[in-house]
Design a protein around this ligand. Structure first.
Ligand code: FES
Length: 164
C-alpha cells in the first residue's frame, strides 16, 4: 500500500486512499466532493471557469505561494499536501459575500454567471499574494499569464513532461 493522497479543501482535510491518477482536480471537486461552484467550461485550460486557488508551502524557504490554477488541467494527485480554496470557501449569500464577489455583483459584472466563480477565484488568488495590484497586474492575472510563465519555467527545468 502507498500513502494516501491528503490535501485540504476550504479548510477541511481530504484523505483519498485510492486516487485514480487520471482524475483532475475539477472532477474531484465536482463529483467526489459535490462542490459544483467550480465550473466546467472548455476542459482544456482556455476559459478559466474552473479556476481555484492552490496554496503550497515551499519546503526550503517556508514561503507559501497562492496560485490561481485551472482545475480542469490539474491532476488531483498533484495537490498532495496543498490547500485548495474554491468559490464556496470564500463567501456566499447566506454567510456573506467576499468583497470580490460583492463588487462584481454590484457592478453587474457577472454576465450570465457561469464563469463568474473563475473570475472571482482569479482575483481572490491575486489579492492573496498582492493586496494592491495595479491595473496591469490585474489584467495579467485574468489572462492566466503568470500560470503560463510558471509552466514554461517548469518545462525548462524538468523537460516537456506534459506532452505539448
Ligand atoms: Fe475551461 Fe478549465 S474548464 S479552463
Amino acid at each position: 500500500l502507498t500513502d494516501p493522497l491528503v490535501f485540504f479543501v476550504n479548510g477541511k482535510k481530504v484523505v483519498e486512499y485510492l486516487p485514480d491518477p487520471e482524475w483532475t482536480l475539477l472532477y474531484y471537486l465536482r463529483y467526489k466532493l459535490n462542490l459544483c461552484g467550480t465550473k466546467e467550461g472548455c476542459s482544456e485550460g482556455g476559459c478559466g471557469a474552473c479556476t481555484v486557488m492552490v496554496s503550497k508551502r515551499n519546503m526550503l524557504t517556508g514561503n507559501v505561494s497562492n496560485l490561481a490554477v485551472n482545475a480542469c488541467l490539474t491532476p488531483v494527485c498533484s495537490v498532495h499536501k496543498s490547500a485548495v480554496v474554491t468559490v464556496e470557501g470564500i463567501g456566499s449569500l447566506r454567510e456573506g459575500l467576499h468583497p470580490v464577489q460583492e463588487r462584481i455583483a454590484k457592478s453587474h459584472g457577472s454576465q450570465c454567471g457561469f464563469c463568474t466563480p473563475g473570475f472571482v477565484m482569479s482575483m481572490y488568488s491575486l489579492l492573496r499574494s498582492n493586496p494592491e495590484p495595479d491595473s496591469r497586474e490585474l489584467e495579467t492575472a485574468f489572462q492566466g499569464r503568470r500560470e503560463r510563465e510558471l509552466m514554461a519555467e517548469t518545462r525548462k527545468r524538468f523537460g516537456n513532461v506534459g506532452g505539448s
